[in-house]
Design a protein. Structure first.
Lengths: 306, 306
């Protein structure tokens, strides 16, 4: 499969629908080396998710029954946003743990919102039932080619913005975002998958030789709490040599605080998880190793302005 | 006076001490036209003020008695930060209206903080007394060549980042930031001075033919609440044809909210004031007129992470 071509097509297809989010070099975290940052939380709906959502809907369209998605919250908001923009009805299933910031965001976007007990996997069961019942187009959060190629447009864009790093740090839930980056760079950069110790589906899959169910909890569970890593992500992780790093919930909250202190970026815990790999010392770069961190979401609960 | 040379020198002098803050094109505010944004609130200490503070201290040095500044809060934090970096003691006078976010920031930077009753002008009286008493180096918030040239480095940087706008919107308190921009662009771009209706020292000065004292209040008073516009700013405003636009406090708060909704940027009211000129309809661009908005501060009270 020619991932680079797929991603270039996704980037062209979604042009005009997405924010080209800014990149920056930071010396703000007390290290002797700079960190390249990309602020993808400035994307529409506050996370990277519209990339995959727009790519899916623009390439596949939607039937009369509209679209359906299951989500910890960010993907649901993105699908609601894209569906509204493209004139489709959207039914979004989220678990209670999505939290009020994400739930009110999806409501404000006019979607038919269904809050279900449990976690992301429980929302997925219901979304699949709705798909089967109505024929609505399922927009998967991470494990389809269209979604991964859409998220991959971020890596393409970052490279065009002059990314120089050898090593990229990307937070992982179901793995769509990191799969997109691995697909784009194809092993030409070292990619570090950062997961919370309390929800580490990729880490476990790499240890056990394939995707398996894991328990999920913690401060970033409404974004990184996928029970099982996507197969596309797992395959790309093995093929391109993605390395896994785990961070504690405390380390994530500390990194969230540091992003505010250093650059006044208020992000959700998942949005700070990748940075936590460095600021916690879980990963120590080699001398001269150039690093970059993707900041990927800012739907914080409580929403600071409501 | 060769302002461009002065600003280029400031930019070189301060290199390595400042964040090169990102610029972006936004379609996120519901207009038919794009808005170029620069996110200067990502600067050290959460506002543009370190540019002037570093340029002043690096060019003029400081005596044994250290440095002193009066500030609504942001300039004080910047002087405290720069002084600490350069090994000087700093005594910072702020009015009570500075608010807890700015006061705790200055304290955390290790400065000798003096909170005085009243507003910015009251803090200035005490800072001048301290300067006279001890010989400390006064770092003025807006009305010296070194400060204006330092802030002007922002305009230089933005141009280097590919700024294409015809018209720039910049919030005005004492006028150091807009003076720097006017000094850099020298009439080659239309510059709109945005002030709250409740603190509009430049607007009043332009009406009355020179700087005069005004009353100050409102949601942005701890950043834009200068009682009298700087003479340097006033002279540059007249010379380069800066235009004045006023915005209400409600319009400022709405723009603050829109920055969060569109791009997850949590800024202080003054940081959203320039955007308010557009989002409130106070300024309506001509067809084809390209606009840019400077986002300049994010020391919000209450601090979202404390």
């Amino acid at each position: 499969m020619d991932w680079q071509a797929e991603i270039r097509t996704a980037a062209h297809r979604t042009e005009g629908y997405l924010v080209k989010t800014p990149a920056m070099v930071s010396h703000g975290f007390g290290f002797s080396f700079p960190i390249e940052l990309k602020f993808e939380q400035m994307q529409h709906t506050g996370s990277f998710k519209p990339r995959g959502a727009f790519n899916t809907l623009l390439s596949e369209g939607a039937p009369e029954a509209g679209v359906v998605a299951a989500s910890g919250g960010n993907h649901g908001a993105a699908v609601a946003f894209a569906a509204k923009k493209l004139g489709h009805n959207a039914r979004i299933y989220v678990p209670e743990v999505a939290g009020s910031a994400k739930i009110s965001l999806i409501e404000a976007l006019g979607a038919d919102l269904q809050v279900v007990p449990g976690k992301y996997a429980d929302a997925m069961v219901q979304a699949q039932a709705w798909e089967a019942e109505t024929g609505a187009r399922q927009v998967h959060a991470y494990d389809t080619i269209a979604t991964v190629a859409g998220q991959g447009s971020l890596a393409n864009e970052w490279q065009d913005q002059g990314l120089t790093a050898d090593t990229l740090f990307i937070a992982v839930g179901g793995g769509g975002l990191i799969a997109g980056a691995a697909a784009w760079f194809g092993g030409n950069k070292k990619i570090i998958a950062v997961e919370p110790t309390t929800s580490c589906a990729l880490h476990t899959a790499l240890e056990q030789g394939g995707p398996v169910d894991v328990e999920v909890s913690g401060v970033a569970v409404n974004a990184l709490g996928a029970k099982r890593i996507g197969q596309i992500c797992f395959d790309l992780a093995v093929k391109t040599g993605i390395q896994s790093v785990l961070v504690s919930n405390d380390a994530i909250l500390k990194a969230q605080n540091l992003l505010w202190l250093a650059h006044r970026q208020l992000v959700e815990p998942s949005g700070a998880a990748a940075l936590a790999a460095l600021t916690s010392g879980a990963y120590v770069p080699e001398p001269g190793e150039k690093v970059a961190v993707l900041v990927c979401g800012a739907n914080v609960d409580p929403d600071p302005l409501h």
